[in-house]
Design a protein around this ligand. Structure first.
Ligand code: AMP
Length: 218
């Protein structure tokens, strides 16, 4: 099962993806996490991505597709794959279709997470992320057990620079302009689409998410 998670920044798709990948043993490919890892490691890609990310703009498609192609071994494995934050443009969706086609797979399902802008802004401003394992917490809604410390791996949590208010507004605009059109684009493919109302209790969302990807609801 190849699943694309679509939805604006702050909608909670990363939190849901980490949880499902943990529970079901599926691969979780987050291009945002991969880019942040490249920045931490000081790679050429990380350096090139930095200015785009800090401004809330998209990193160029060519760089993103090269990054995803490095994950070809994940694509050839039999288990489920969750793409989180990728694709974000039609060019990326076309690139992914080509890469999947070459290994005899295709996007099976598109899960669209929706929430009002006010909720997204509150979530992003309260968000704390783990730089080591990618877990995401929120000081308002889903705080870690110990303030500032990751429940999963014990690393110190960070507030991302691109979660600052001005950048958040730009990221929401970029989503509407460049990524939301993918909902229609995938509508014209064989992939089944499921919409999840994400302005609800995190466990209810998770239960719907599991059903949406063909797993038993919790
Ligand atoms: P995310 O953690 O998914 O919200 O991504 C954080 C930032 O990384 C985005 O605002 C973009 O600058 C960059 N980014 C992540 N994934 C992509 C992608 N698929 N295409 C272009 N830029 C991306």
């Amino acid at each position: 099962m190849v699943v694309i998670l679509l939805g604006p920044p702050g909608v909670g798709k990363g939190t849901q993806a980490v949880r499902l990948a943990d529970d079901a043993g599926w691969a979780h490919v987050s291009t945002g996490d991969l880019l942040r890892a490249a920045r931490r490691d000081g790679t050429e890609l990380g350096k090139r991505a930095q200015t785009f990310m800090d401004a809330g703009e998209l990193v160029p498609d060519g760089l993103i597709l090269d990054l995803v192609r490095e994950y070809l071994s994940v694509l050839t494995s039999g288990s489920g794959i969750l793409f989180d934050g990728f694709p974000r443009t039609v060019a990326q969706a076309e690139g992914l279709a080509g890469v999947l086609d070459a290994v005899g797979r295709r996007v099976d399902r598109v899960v669209v997470f929706e929430a009002p802008d006010e909720t997204l802004i509150k979530r992003l401003s309260g968000r704390r992320s783990c730089p080591d394992c990618g877990a995401v917490f929120n000081v308002h809604f889903t705080p870690p057990e110990v303030e500032g410390v990751c429940d999963r791996c014990g690393a110190a949590l960070i507030h991302r620079k691109d979660d600052d208010p001005d950048t958040v507004v730009r990221r929401l605009e970029v989503y509407k302009e460049q990524t939301a059109p993918l909902i229609e684009w995938y509508g014209a493919t064989e992939a089944e689409q499921v919409v999840i109302e994400a302005d609800r209790d995190v466990d209810l969302i998770y239960s719907d998410f599991r059903s949406a990807v063909g797993l038993v609801a919790t």
